[in-house]
Design a protein around this ligand. Structure first.
Ligand SMILES: [Zn+2]
Length: 508
């Protein structure tokens, strides 16, 4: 049986931009090998141009063939193997001398006959012709894609480029999350910054694991791709992909974006009530409403009271709470969960310490996974050797190979996830420290509308009864809230710190 080597190559040159990525080539070739029952003993990948002779991995592969370790090569196209006469000649010479018995290309038919060899040498020599034709080919390809309703570019967040069918498909890991974000933003309750936090908390982060840039988020919110169309060179095309949202929702998002940009003053002119939709009645659980009263003196006052909409129970709350009184309480709550400056510095230092420690342990963790993956790869090689030596039946070989392949897949996925999300908790802790110390500024600025929003995001179960506001805080905010006032004045002691971090810090 002929043993094959897979060879994938893609250089960073401009003219190779349209060539399949190495990963995509690998995926195609593995599939091809499966379909044609080719025995692959090794895979070689290289990112270098083939215009000049002397690629290291390519040479390594030919050495392997000269030594008799394999008799066949599988590559995407002859131009992946060689684009210069020397390397091309070496391949043809190996075919002539019988060291290479088979060359397989999904895109090119080759057989070791005089005609076949002639065609191959033409293919190797085609580099120049290829470059000249590339532009035309790319344009033709793009036109065809557009006609089929396929976006000829990288898939937006929530989708992925299917490498085999070359279509864009919903990404099972992110599709629902992006959809949720779009729906949330359409409500108009979010600013770009607050939707950024929300996305981050759902795990929608950039490649570097940090929150997505605001400009990228804006692009997402304005991308017609999500309702089934897409722009290409300023022109709107009907897509053939699965839409994520309706056009109606998309329009709502555009409106929300527009409203977002309006200056605050304009909104105040509408005389909205500051704390409307902020709390529920502490007795009956129904909404608190607001009213504007004008006294005889001509002074205007805003009051908050229970709507008493419950039909099953009679709510006894009759108090009208002045807006100033409620604002006072909102401020007090904010004060209680804000982080004093002395604490902030201390915690940021602590965080740095953690980050350092974490880097060391996570390096170890990743290294460990990589070792495990290598072990599985070695096992796969040994298994193939054993099968080739006749020590295993085909069925047994296949079963063992499948088990190992699945193990490898699991490990690789784990590594990928870890590299992406491993440090998320540190990022979340940093965000928490920063927003907790930010609260202090809101108080100084007497920015009640932002204070209200702040309490809405970090507190739950906001209730109003007998003129008093109550808010329940989530972890780790509740630890700040429960801290005695005296304790907040000075820097936290090391002992208090220990307690704090072991309770709240390890998993904020
Ligand atoms: Zn009530």
């Amino acid at each position: 049986m002929i043993k094959y080597l897979i060879y994938c190559r893609k250089s960073t040159e401009e003219e190779e931009r349209q060539i399949l990525s190495i990963e995509a080539q690998l995926a195609e070739l593995r599939e091809y090998a499966r379909e044609h029952n080719l025995f692959i003993v090794r895979e070689y990948t290289e990112s270098q141009t083939a215009k000049e002779p002397g690629r290291p991995v390519f040479n390594q592969m030919l050495n392997e063939i000269e030594k008799g370790g394999a008799q066949g090569i599988l590559a995407w196209n002859p131009d992946r193997l060689a684009r210069n006469s020397i390397d091309g000649g070496r391949i043809i010479y190996l075919v002539d001398t019988g060291k290479i018995q088979s060359l397989k290309f999904p895109t090119f038919w080759f057989e070791p006959t005089p005609q076949g060899k002639f065609m191959l040498s033409v293919a190797f020599g085609q580099a120049k012709y290829y470059t000249d034709n590339l532009r035309e080919n790319i344009l033709r390809g793009i036109r065809q894609k557009l006609r089929r309703g396929e976006l000829p570019a990288k898939a937006p967040l929530g989708y992925f480029n299917e490498p085999r069918l070359r279509t864009i498909e919903p990404d099972p890991k992110t599709f629902k999350k992006v959809k949720k974000i779009l729906e949330e933003f359409a409500t108009g309750r979010y600013t770009l910054t607050s939707i950024q936090c929300k996305m981050f908390s759902l795990g929608l982060a950039g490649r570097d694991g940090k929150p997505l840039a605001l400009s990228s988020i804006e692009k997402i919110l304005k991308n017609p791709f999500y309702y089934g169309m897409f722009y290409y060179r300023g022109e709107l095309h009907q897509g053939s992909h699965k839409p994520m949202i309706s056009k109606k929702l998309f329009d709502k998002i555009q409106q929300a974006l527009k409203d977002n940009g309006k200056p605050r003053k304009k909104r105040k002119e509408k005389k909205e009530f500051l704390f409307l939709n902020f709390a529920k009645c502490g007795e009956c659980g129904y909404s608190i409403t607001a009213e504007r009263h004008i006294k005889k003196s001509g002074l205007e006052f805003v009051y908050y009271r229970c709507t008493k909409k419950s039909k099953t129970m009679k709510c006894t709350q009759s108090r009208f709470l002045r807006e100033e009184k409620l604002a006072e309480q909102v401020k007090e709550y904010c004060q209680k969960v804000s982080l004093p400056d002395v604490w902030r510095e201390r915690y940021l230092n602590k965080l740095k310490e953690w980050e350092k420690k974490n880097r060391q342990t996570s390096d170890l963790f990743a290294q460990n996974l990589k070792e495990k993956i290598n072990n599985v790869k070695k096992k796969l090689e040994r298994l193939t050797d054993a099968y080739l030596a006749g020590a295993l039946e085909l069925l047994e070989f296949q079963q063992k190979k499948n088990a190992l392949m699945s193990e490898k897949e699991t490990l690789e996925e784990k590594l990928f996830d870890f590299e992406r999300n491993g440090n998320r908790w540190l990022e979340l802790t940093r965000n928490w420290i920063l927003s907790a110390s930010q609260a202090k500024n809101l108080i100084l600025e007497e920015n009640f509308s932002e204070m209200k929003n702040f309490l809405k995001t970090i507190g739950s179960n906001r209730r109003l009864a007998a003129g008093a506001l109550s808010v329940a805080f989530k972890k780790p905010w509740n630890y700040l809230y429960e801290m005695p006032t005296e304790a907040r004045r000075e820097a936290p002691s090391e002992a208090a710190n220990q307690l704090w971090w072991t309770r709240g810090g390890s998993n904020p």
